[in-house]
Design a protein around this ligand. Structure first.
Ligand code: IFM
Length: 465
């Protein structure tokens, strides 16, 4: 990749958008798809806002040609999507359902016809329910099944898909799914969460090995949602400093160290001992630390912690007495603070800590805002434009400081099922009317097209700065 032009991005920068299967596809009973843990979770009263489910979502399963047209009109060079494992193996094991596989073949072929590079995520959280019934990620068996599924997909599509990632955001899988219980499968058990940490990493490592054995071309990655964690106090007391260190452990180091250095951080091993420890077997860390060809980073905001002596940890087992500082000033509809410099800092720190870090793609970044259509039918989402601009500036700054960032994929192409928040949170640069399923590009989509065309940021105009 050659140096960036003034104010621009490096030549060949991979611009595009990201989505995931359960959030947009709908068609949950079509073509033999089996149930996933998210179907079950969403059908359980009280789990998802307004009782929303992914049954229809944006009906991408049937409308993918229109969605690829939208991408093409944006000028996107890359599209990141995920495969619904229960469409391929309805019970997570055994024979392949060709109808499910054919859907992804059609999707990939249509992307290629539009000169859009497919970037395929194998697991964006829709675990086949049958595997959860057998114990889910806390069981080693799930990692073995995941590797088998990866092999099926890779055999089918490796000739046409140059970018593969195994797991999306393992932190969410393990800690939101099995510790806090706010994501499927909705379990609150630190022991299961700790076992899941190890087994999602193991699933990644075994899948990597299985795919490399088929074709060793450099295509393999993983997608992590990393974030700087810091104390609200300039000089934190001992308890807060410990909580920050261990939260950083859960959020960042417990993934990065095994992937990049083939061991768990010692402080994390000590912390999780009380929950039974990581269920490591001989050879696991070698598999997990297999070479990565690229790393995806999803970034939304950094985490600022303050003391709250009475707080008992829900997300990060064993890290009590602390809570996230309420966002001050600006935040998005998710009530997530807007902290673009955290992205720059993260990228630069990663580079310093791991000089052997593979090239990075920003695989998700974006903001939820629900701006209503204006009288002329347009949707002026200036706050989203401002958010994207500031984060792109942070990426530029990180590149100038030496970070090897090869591309940026906005989250998300379309409004979609935002997990426990249901359809109440809208992340799309394209608005979806859930009554008619009509797609309407917001102003941010037009702005993003301009960014892609220039390979750089346009001058701010009006209040969209
Ligand atoms: O919608 C999610 C996505 O599935 C994973 N990363 C964060 C996004 C916004 O919450």
């Amino acid at each position: 990749m050659t140096a960036q032009r003034d104010g621009g991005f490096p030549e060949g920068f991979l611009w595009g958008a990201a989505t995931s299967s359960y959030q947009i596809e709908g068609a949950v009973d079509t073509d033999g798809r089996g149930p996933s843990i998210w179907d079950t979770f969403a059908a359980t009263p009280g789990r998802v806002a307004h009782g929303d489910t992914g049954a229809v979502a944006a009906d991408h399963y049937h409308r993918y040609p229109e969605d690829i047209e939208l991408l093409s009109r944006l000028g996107a060079r890359m599209y990141r999507f995920s495969v619904a494992w229960p469409r391929i193996q309805p019970t997570g094991r055994g024979p392949v359902d060709q109808r499910g596989l054919d859907f992804y073949r059609r999707l990939v072929d249509t992307l290629l016809e539009h000169d859009i590079v497919p970037n395929l995520t194998l697991y964006h959280w829709d675990l086949p329910q049958a595997l959860q019934d057998a114990g889910g990620w806390p069981e080693r068996e799930t990692a073995l099944r995941f590797a088998e599924y990866a092999e099926i997909m890779y055999r089918a599509l490796h000739d046409r898909v140059p970018w593969w990632s195994t797991i999306n955001e393992p932190w969410c899988v393990a800690l939101l799914g099995y510790a806090a219980g706010i994501h499927a499968p909705g379990i609150r058990d630190p022991r299961q969460a700790v076992r899941t940490i190890h087994h999602v990493l193991l699933g990644h490592g075994l899948a990597l090995g299985a795919m490399r054995a088929i074709d060793p071309a450099p295509r393999q990655g993983i997608v992590l949602n990393l974030a700087p964690v810091r104390a609200a106090d300039e000089v934190p007391d001992e308890a807060l400093a410990r909580a920050v260190r261990l939260s950083d452990g859960y959020r960042n180091r417990v993934w990065l160290e095994p992937l990049m250095r083939r061991h768990y951080p010692v402080d994390m091993e000590e912390l999780v001992e009380r929950y039974g420890g990581f269920p490591i077997e001989p050879g696991d860390l070698t598999a997990i630390g297999g070479p990565l060809d690229w790393m995806g980073i999803n970034y939304y905001n950094d985490t600022i912690l303050e003391s709250e002596p009475a707080a008992v940890a829900t997300v990060h087992p064993g890290v009590d007495g602390v809570r996230e500082q309420a966002a001050e000033g600006e935040w998005t509809d998710m009530r997530w603070p807007i902290t673009p410099d955290g992205l720059r800092e993260l990228l630069v720190r990663l580079r310093a800590r791991y000089p052997d870090l593979p090239p990075i793609l920003i695989t998700e970044n974006g903001a939820a805002y629900d701006d209503p259509p204006s009288a002329d039918g347009g949707i002026d989402d200036d706050r989203r434009i401002a958010y994207l601009r500031r984060h792109l500036q942070a990426v530029q700054a990180a590149i100038a400081e030496g970070a090897d960032v090869r591309g940026y994929l906005v989250w998300s192409l379309l409004d979609n099922f935002e997990w426990a928040e249901g359809y109440g949170q809208r992340f799309g640069i394209v608005h979806v009317d859930y009554g008619t399923l009509t797609r309407t590009p917001r102003r941010s989509a037009h702005w993003f097209r301009d960014v892609i065309t220039r390979n750089g940021l346009p001058e701010p105009e009006g209040n969209a700065a």
